[in-house]
Design a protein around this ligand. Structure first.
Ligand code: CMC
Length: 425
């Protein structure tokens, strides 16, 4: 539990004073407890939750002013370069990085659950083959709730923990099958002798016609790093959605499907797909300047730029840019879109419009260029984000269920009709 600081805020309301206690976390701003405002007949008002802490959490800390992102205390750049994705998953779930033995045990557990019930495969046939992969993901991940519902007890810690493992293990299988379905290729079953990232790329790109398909280690390493960089990001829109859905005691697979829905939007995880579409539309470096003029007149948004929390730089974007350079160099790719992206960044970082609004590249600005180099089609970009973020969502769901919690139930400022009677009937 957070510590009471002994400090208080005093709210003057209708001639009365209400004392509001102030709590401190281990990092970040103190929070004012506004619960007592209700007893005084008022609600607080904060659309978009711009200054509202909706829960207490020990998982991830962001200092947006300084560009800091810590998972369980560890900086994201250290995790991206010194740990792999499954170690980061273990850290998010358990609070500590695994020992060699714990890592082996955790990896084995995840591998043991990579298959999905064979009936799940039939759900895909209900979708049009040109359905957006995120639409399919919402459906098939939600469908897992039908396989793990009877007998599931949210109060049982073992049930909750196995749910986390199942989700981390099965979402890559469903993500790869989503791709296979949209291109009309047969589903490829997981291979448990491969690493997490290798197995995902194998299920994406192997075909029955190419039995000796080998995953390029450079691509597997880049994929693993992309997963790590997207693993969690405290109380963002999709994580808050998972917590809100979870606060009703709903089935966890259905809660994760709700998170996938929230992630899909272009203001959130859908931005990585939107960045590549934007780069396609701009087409050439000479079109960058006129495009930026359109951004400044608010005709279009510069996708992959700006963040609700980061007002200096997004530390994930820094590692992503380095990874992008590494991958393109290692693969010998000279992607003209990288030159375009760098020109956009150069203008934005020196232009008063962007400087004044603290607009910097976010994690999605360079991820699309790497994903494209790996061979992932644009429409699958947000699916990759969802796959990687599943651990973040389920870590927050687990944290919420490990202590007493209340159903999430915001209030409103009602501005509709006052009471009236139906006339003439
Ligand atoms: N391009 C141009 N102008 C922008 C942009 C942008 N990408 N983002 C914000 N602004 C302007 C906005 O028009 C406003 O200007 P003014 O003060 O003149 O009205 C000002 O900056 C503040 O913007 P805001 O909309 O109040 O900021 P927000 O905190 O509500 O929105 C955001 C944050 C991420 C939704 C927004 O920056 C955005 O839409 N960015 C593009 C989409 C994107 O890249 N999203 C990925 C976020 S990182 C990955 C993830 O966590 O999902």
């Amino acid at each position: 539990m957070s510590e009471a600081t002994g400090k208080k805020a005093v709210l003057q309301l209708d001639g009365k004073e209400i004392d509001l206690p102030i709590y401190s976390g281990t990092l970040g701003p103190d929070v004012i407890d506004v619960k007592d405002v209700l007893a005084a007949g008022h609600f607080t008002f904060d659309p978009g939750f711009v200054s509202t802490a909706a829960c207490e959490s020990k998982i991830t800390f962001i200092d947006g002013g300084k560009g800091v992102l810590l998972h369980r205390g560890y900086p994201i750049d250290q995790l991206a370069t010194k740990a792999d994705y499954l170690e980061t998953c273990y850290l998010l779930l358990n609070g500590e990085l695994p020992t060699a033995e714990q890592k082996q045990e955790f990896d084995a557990k995840v591998r043991n659950h990579t298959m999905v019930h064979d009936q799940v495969g039939r759900f895909f046939n209900g979708f049009r083959r040109d359905a957006h992969p995120m639409a399919i993901m919402c459906g098939v991940v939600g469908a897992l709730s039908a396989f793990y519902h009877n007998g599931f007890d949210v109060e049982n810690i073992d049930h909750r923990e196995i749910t986390a493992i199942r989700l981390i293990a099965k979402v890559p299988t469903l993500a790869a099958w989503t791709y296979k379905y949209t291109v009309g290729q047969p589903f490829v079953y997981p291979r448990n002798d491969l690493s997490y990232a290798e197995n995902f790329l194998y299920m994406m790109f192997a075909t029955p016609a190419d039995r000796d398909y080998k995953v390029d280690p450079i691509l597997a390493k880049a994929m693993d790093r992309i997963f790590t960089l997207h693993a969690d990001h405290e109380q963002n829109a999709s994580t808050s959605t998972v917590r809100l859905a979870g606060s009703t005691g709903a089935n966890p697979y259905a809660c994760i499907a709700a998170g996938i829905a929230a992630l899909w939007g272009p203001a959130h995880g859908g931005a990585n797909e939107a960045v590549l579409k934007m780069l396609d539309e701009i087409g050439a470096v000479e079109n960058v300047a006129p495009f930026m003029e359109k951004v400044k007149t608010k005709e279009v948004k510069l996708m992959g730029f700006g963040h609700r929390v980061y007002k200096n730089f997004d530390p994930r974007a820094k590692v992503m840019k380095e990874t992008c350079d590494e991958v393109l160099t290692a693969l010998g790719i000279n992607d003209p879109q990288l030159a375009l992206a760098m020109e956009l960044e150069r203008i934005a970082l020196s232009d008063e419009y962007f400087i004044k609004r603290n607009l910097y590249p976010n994690v999605d600005f360079y991820s699309g260029i790497i994903l494209k180099a790996i061979g992932i089609p644009t429409e699958m970009f947000t699916v990759i984000f969802a796959l990687a973020r599943t651990v973040g969502w389920i870590s927050h769901w687990l944290e919420m269920h490990s202590a007493p919690y209340k159903i999430g139930r915001p209030r409103q400022l009602y501005t509709g009709e006052t009471q009236r009677d139906i006339q003439g009937r």
